[in-house]
Every structure is written in structure tokens, then in C-alpha cells.
Write a protein that binds this ligand. Structure first.
Ligand SMILES: [Zn+2]
Length: 147
């Protein structure tokens, strides 16, 4: 798994096995508000993404859609969460994953995929994010630290 480790910005991240397949994990503390990683890929023309069944398309604006299914785009491993620790920030047509709270080493990165995507791809099979399916062993501890 070590070959998947990457430091695209100032942060070290790693792809590891997660609740929903693979996920992207922080290997070091990340400050709230920090830009962690950019969602990168070729820009698709409208007729390309309209005909695509690719789930890694990221609609940046009405005119611009990024195809995230490429090796360089480690951000594609970030899973959906209903209570995420990251948010998406779009700046000048580029897509960044930004920490919306302090993230500890070993924590999985997640952001909310958006209502449209959620209803289309996640809801039908049931959401498997940490909030919707708390681990049995960690359930009590998580609830205790919630308040
Ligand atoms: Zn969920």
C-alpha cells in the first residue's frame, strides 16, 4: 500500500481500506481551513459527460466537468460522509478539498458528495458512511465524545 502514499500539497495522505471500499486517510494533523488536495483530471466536453457512466465526474460549473478517473487524482478515493470533515471549495474553475475542522492523523477524509449524487448513487444501496453505519465497537465511544 505504500506506493499509494502521496504528498500532493504539504500533507501526507495514504489510500487504505475503509468502510466503503478504499478511502483516503490523513497521516499527519491537518489544520481547520487547510487546503488538503486538489481534485484533478481532464476537462470533459458536454457531450462526453452526458454520455458517460463514470461516477468520478465532478461538475465544477455548468460548462466545466472534470473526469476524476485518473491515477494522478488521489482525491477520487475520498468517500462520501453525511458528517464530513472536509468541504469542497471551487476557486477559478479548480476543485479543492478543504478541512472544515481539525483532522487527526489516521482519520479518513470525507466530504458530502451533494444531494444529487447522494440520491442517485448512495441512497438506493444505503449510505455506508461513518455516521450512518457506526462501528459496533466504536459506537459507544463515539457517542460519548459527541456531547
Ligand atoms: Zn451517511
Amino acid at each position: 500500500m505504500k506506493k499509494w502514499s502521496a504528498c500532493p500539497s504539504q500533507y501526507c495522505l495514504a489510500v487504505r481500506r475503509a468502510g466503503a471500499g478504499r478511502g483516503l486517510f490523513a497521516l499527519e494533523p491537518i489544520q481547520k481551513g487547510a487546503s488538503i488536495i486538489e481534485y484533478v483530471g481532464p476537462t470533459l466536453a458536454e457531450e462526453q459527460w452526458l454520455n458517460s457512466r463514470n461516477r468520478y465526474l465532478f461538475k465544477v460549473t455548468e460548462k466545466k466537468t472534470i473526469d476524476g478517473w485518473n491515477k494522478r487524482n488521489i482525491a477520487r478515493f475520498i468517500n462520501h460522509s453525511c458528517r464530513p470533515n472536509c468541504v469542497i471549495k471551487i476557486s477559478k474553475g479548480r476543485v479543492f478539498v478543504v478541512a472544515n475542522r481539525r483532522i487527526k492523523p489516521g482519520e479518513e477524509l470525507a466530504y458530502h458528495y451533494g444531494k444529487e449524487y447522494f440520491n442517485l448513487y448512495i441512497k438506493p444501496s444505503g449510505c455506508r458512511c461513518l455516521r450512518c453505519t457506526p462501528k459496533k465497537s466504536a459506537g459507544r465511544a463515539a457517542r460519548a465524545s459527541d456531547g
